[in-house]
Design a binder for this molecule. Structure first.
Ligand SMILES: [Zn+2]
Length: 373
């Protein structure tokens, strides 16, 4: 698996939400509903803190997003359904914009808005880590077979670029690497937190398959001072990293009072991509560009190329040349009906418009069937 010289890849896989969906990972649109319905084990570490964080978030959503909520009387199922209608992107855009501008959203003060944002991050990470432990197990063989197929066909000459925050694919790569005492190659300058809580960089000759996570990851924590990104063992993150302060293993001097520099989760919503630039994440984007511009083939799996991802659309348009073979694998539900007047609402239209693809470049049977898994 080791790589000494790297000029170009044979294959670049670009994955979106549809890639993790078969494993049971909810889409962004379903997250708020699922989090509201989720009942944590309060005997487990973090369970009670999750409930507290959810209360902070719900109070904000009721006040700002739901009309006449109090007047209509409260019913739990009804509330979850109403939450399901609110776009996560709208909530984050509102919070991020207000925080950056220093605005208040009465009755919420600047301090409240910070707390609401942190609580929303915590709810999402805690929930995702709790459910991932169960869901990935069932469908894991599917992803393992896919990994084996890539290794067999392309050896080390392939990599994955993803917009997903979840760790379905990471888990498969991490355990394949573990057998050889390797680590997943998340990109340059990524540190791994070991059992001793210290951060270390993997030796260059001990790197496994490359996985570039453009929007961050649920198993990452970032330092707000030195901007280092740390990979945290997935299973513990939901229970510890979210609620218990972990000081930066690289730049905490050991003498400062207080908890800072405390590591924070790093997963970026479209609203954040425009404004916050973690320099380490920026390098990951540059690496993605280099891979796309030199590869022979790009296969998109379960990625709908949403307009909101304009940063990635820009990267794809610049990176993918006319000579590169492109295949788009989607689900049958994504397939536009013939003569549908609303063709521009479909992913196919956006791909054709941005990358000049033709009908033959699309496959609507899902990746399971495409790769004969
Ligand atoms: Zn630091």
């Amino acid at each position: 698996m080791s790589k000494t010289k790297r000029n170009s890849y044979e294959l670049v896989i670009v994955t979106g939400a549809g890639f993790s969906f078969p494993a049971g990972v909810p889409t962004q649109g379903q997250l708020l509903y699922e989090i509201e319905k989720f009942e944590p084990d309060t005997m487990q570490p973090g369970g009670l803190r999750f409930l507290e964080a959810k209360e902070v978030v719900n109070d904000f959503l009721k006040t700002i997003f739901l009309r006449n909520y109090e007047k209509q009387g409260r019913q739990d199922d009804d509330f979850a359904r109403k939450l399901g209608v609110i776009q996560l992107e709208d909530i984050y855009s509102l919070l991020d914009r207000a925080i950056i501008e220093g605005d208040v959203i009465p009755p919420f003060s600047e301090t409240d808005l910070h707390k609401i944002r942190t609580s929303l991050d915590a709810c999402i990470i805690y929930y995702m880590n709790c459910i991932q432990a169960n869901i990935t197990h069932k469908k894991r063989p599917l992803y393992e077979q896919l990994y084996q197929q890539f290794m067999l066909r392309y050896s080390t000459n392939w990599l994955t670029i993803t917009t997903n925050w979840d760790t379905v694919w990471d888990d498969v790569l991490i355990s394949a690497c573990r057998e050889k005492d390797f680590l997943v190659d998340y990109g340059p300058n990524i540190y791994w937190i070991g059992p001793d809580s210290k951060g270390g960089k993997p030796e260059p000759n001990r790197l496994g398959p490359r996985l570039l996570k453009l929007h961050g990851s649920f198993n990452w924590l970032a330092c707000p001072q030195c901007h280092s990104i740390f990979v945290w063992p997935t299973k513990e993150l939901g229970l510890r990293g979210v609620f218990d302060p972990v000081r930066c293993p690289r730049c905490y001097s050991g003498s400062a009072q207080g908890l800072e520099p405390r590591l924070r989760p790093l997963f970026l919503t479209p609203s954040l991509l425009k404004t916050v630039r973690n320099p380490t994440l920026r390098i990951i984007w540059d690496e993605a560009f280099c891979a796309l511009s030199t590869t022979k083939e790009v296969i998109f799996i379960g990625y709908s190329l949403p307009i909101a991802d304009h940063e990635l659309r820009y990267l794809l348009r610049r990176g993918i040349s006319r000579n590169t073979k492109v295949k788009v694998i989607l689900h049958k539900n994504d397939c536009p009906a013939r003569h549908d007047k609303n063709i521009q609402l479909y992913a196919e239209y956006r791909y054709k418009s941005l990358l000049g693809l033709s009908d033959d470049d699309f496959y609507y049977g899902g990746f399971e069937s495409f790769f004969h898994l």
